[in-house]
Design a protein around this ligand. Structure first.
Ligand code: NAD
Length: 362
């Protein structure tokens, strides 16, 4: 198998993420026991791709039976209704306790399938096969699974680490350019919070090869998630840089109007402005971040960046405590920390600056 491997520490059991080309379907061999029943949950948008069909054919030979469940493309599938439909389909098909889940798709399918795996029959093992940039560098690694509620994103979920993650870069060949760009927002995020070299290598635009980039992001995620699996020590929370505003925006525009990565790009710009206001981050560095986001064809502003619109949604952010929202702010490119007590006035000012395309004021 032509792949690089990253180990992820987890209280339940450590596991590996494989990044490379031509990993699938053979890579499943070392992780999926023979003759077990398998439910393959696959994003409908990629159900007919040759690689998907090859995985299905391989599973049909290896497993005692394969239940194929198609997940409609889009964030709407991370819903209580779709979750109910999937678990009922598994129950209806008689998937038993020795069953395994194989999740094939982007972050939506991975998060939903992971949550199904965490809860159906009180938990089945899951193998994650991420097919988007976001899923490869972020959502498939670290064991967070979940669904959205109309009240907010990812409000219901479970920690359920996978048995393995198989990130075959060939999926990216069929990924629409807009999805690829959106994924690069999460990649830039890793550079901004943890690796100035990675950031510098991406500052002028997309990389020539994704292999190194994906592996480096997975390493960073593995480190932060490994040190703080349950998101209790403020380390894993750094991965939410840009996400407080992003989740707020997604909540307002109904999850469908904006890709997650696009929302994160805008959220990172707001967080950078806020970092300047907290007198910790240089204005020049904030401009650098914005320029890099632009260089990847990602948005840096949005008309809904308004406190009155965002604050009710942001108050339900998972990082919010009874003391209010905790923000991930930058000290410099490559170094972030979690900050509470940011005043409402500063947030309002940062939102206004970004909405109106102004430079950050300290
Ligand atoms: N669990 C976590 O730690 C975590 C981390 C980051 C993001 N997320 C979640 O991930 C979700 C976003 O994931 P996403 O950006 O992958 O979006 P997505 O899963 O909606 O996929 C985006 C689109 O790409 C299509 N697609 C997927 N793979 C393809 C391929 N190889 N070729 C062609 N088309 C393909 C899909 O059909 C879909 O239309 C959000 O719900 C977010 O909350 C979770």
């Amino acid at each position: 198998m032509n792949a690089q491997r990253v180990r992820v520490k987890s209280a339940a059991r450590d596991y590996s993420v494989y990044v490379g080309e031509k990993i699938l379907p053979q890579g499943l061999q070392s992780h999926l026991p023979p003759k077990v029943p398998v439910a393959m949950l696959v994003d409908e948008g990629i159900a007919a791709l040759p690689l998907t069909l090859a995985i299905f054919a391989w599973l049909e030979k290896r497993a005692s039976r394969v239940v194929r469940v198609r997940i409609p493309a889009g964030e709407r599938s991370k819903s209580v209704e779709e979750y109910g439909r999937v678990v009922r389909q598994l129950a209806g098909a008689g998937l038993t306790r020795d069953g395994w889940i194989v999740a094939v798709g982007g972050g939506v399918t991975g998060d939903l399938a992971g949550f199904v795996a965490a809860t159906y029959l009180r938990g089945l093992p899951v193998i994650q096969i991420p097919t988007t940039v976001v899923a490869m560098v972020d959502s498939s690694v670290g064991g967070k699974t979940g669904i959205d509620l109309p009240e907010g994103k990812n409000l219901v979920g479970a920690f359920h680490p996978p048995q393995a993650v198989l990130a075959d870069l060939r999926w990216l060949e069929s990924l629409p350019p807009a999805e690829r760009r959106a994924g690069m927002a999460e990649v830039l995020k890793y550079g901004a919070i943890a690796d100035s070299k990675l950031f510098a290598s991406l500052a002028k635009g997309p990389p020539r090869s994704m292999r190194k980039v994906v592996k480096r992001c997975v390493e960073i995620k593995a480190k932060l998630a490994g040190e703080d699996e349950r998101d209790l020590k403020g380390k894993r929370a750094l991965l939410n840089f840009g996400h407080t505003v992003a989740h707020g925006l997604e909540g307002i525009v109904g999850y469908e109007g904006l890709r997650h990565g696009e929302a994160v790009a805008i959220g990172m710009v707001v967080a950078a402005h806020l970092s300047v206001k907290a007198r910790r981050f240089k204005k020049k560095a904030a401009e650098k971040l914005k320029a890099a986001i632009r260089a990847h064809g990602l948005p840096v502003t949005h008309p809904e960046l308004r406190w009155d619109r965002l604050s009710p949604v942001m108050a339900r952010d998972k990082k919010a405590t009874t003391q209010g929202i905790r923000w991930v702010l930058l000290k410099k490119i490559g170094k972030a920390d979690l900050v509470s007590g940011v005043t409402e006035k500063k947030i309002q000012m940062a939102l206004e600056e970004v909405r109106e395309g102004k430079l950050p004021k300290g």
